[in-house]
Design a protein around this ligand. Structure first.
Ligand code: FAD
Length: 267
């Protein structure tokens, strides 16, 4: 079967791409449902954009990518889309926008857009044997309907990052990049909690407070959460992307500088 565009991965990126690609579009995912990571995002309410979103907020080996992407599609475009689908939202803190109801509304919106564009969605499907011949991509597709050979003018690999394999994440994109001889930048975990092998924060486990987390000249003022295994909470997750093993991580537990005054008052 021939398509103008074949997209591997029905996550946030794959569905958005399917809605906008135009022509005959195929979307393939090995999961049983699309957008599973969106469903669990933002604690089930999906932090779908940020009012203060700028290219500088993105970490990339190629900073111009975010500039060009955000010049064409901004947070205001996405807010407009969410409004058109009647999804109620609120600003939680620091410009972070969440659904009032459920992240499932964002999944339903993207799925609806994809369907409206007439995309052919194949779930529970395995794609393999990627190759390019005569300017056309081809691969084998195996799903409940059996085996088929797919050809497409364009191949979009939107299989996401490797985190949470239980939710369907695989390294397929890296295998395809290797097969086609594409250079891949080294990857590492980002937006992750810190774990300490000595359990030093275990006695404080469950305590959350506003703090400033700092590493390598970058700082985030948000909540930190002590856990049995170490440090979590938004400030820890954010700063983790700027920290590498061996670097110093500093925490200011009185970022507003009001502790002395509070102690005086308490005395
Ligand atoms: C707990 C958690 C909370 C989060 N909260 C937020 C939030 O509030 N706001 C926010 O913006 N981001 C949040 N994120 C990040 C967000 O979920 C991801 O950035 C986003 O899902 C990435 O979209 P994607 O389309 O690139 O990849 P994914 O959503 O991961 O989609 C990839 C798709 O490809 C499929 N796939 C993978 N391998 C194969 C294969 N070999 N064959 C076929 N299909 C394959 C997968 O099944 C999946 O459906 C959160 C992430 C997590 C883990």
């Amino acid at each position: 079967m021939h398509y103008d565009t074949a997209i591997i991965g029905a996550g946030a990126a794959g569905m958005m791409c399917a809605a906008h690609a135009g022509g005959r579009v195929l979307v393939v995912d090995h999961a049983r449902a699309p957008g599973e990571k969106i469903r669990i995002s933002g604690g089930g309410r999906c932090n779908f954009t940020n009012l203060h979103c700028t290219p500088e907020a993105f970490i990339s080996a190629n900073p111009h990518f975010a500039k060009s992407a955000l010049a064409r599609y901004t947070q205001w475009d996405f807010i407009d889309l969410v409004d058109r689908y009647g999804i109620a939202w609120h600003e939680k803190t620091l410009g972070q926008l969440f659904c009032d109801g459920s992240a499932k509304q964002i999944v339903a919106m993207l799925r609806g857009m994809m369907q409206q564009a007439g995309a052919d969605l194949r779930l529970g499907a395995t794609a393999s044997g990627f190759a390019k011949q005569d300017g056309c991509f081809n691969f084998s597709l195996q799903d409940a309907d059996g085996n088929s050979e797919i050809t497409a003018d364009r191949l979009v690999v939107a299989t996401g990052g490797k985190s949470i394999p239980k939710m369907g994440a695989t390294g397929l994109a890296y295998d395809i990049a290797a097969r086609f001889g594409l250079a891949v930048t080294p990857t590492r975990a980002g937006l992750v909690p810190f774990t300490f092998t000595d359990g030093r924060f275990a006695p404080l486990s469950g305590v959350a407070l506003p703090a400033r987390a700092m590493a390598n000249g970058t700082a985030f003022d948000e909540a930190i959460l002590f856990t049995h295994r170490g440090l979590s909470g938004p400030a820890s997750l954010q700063i983790s992307s700027y920290w590498e093993e061996g670097d110093a991580l500093s925490l200011d537990l009185d970022p507003a500088g009001t502790l002395l005054e509070a102690l005086r008052t308490q005395r």
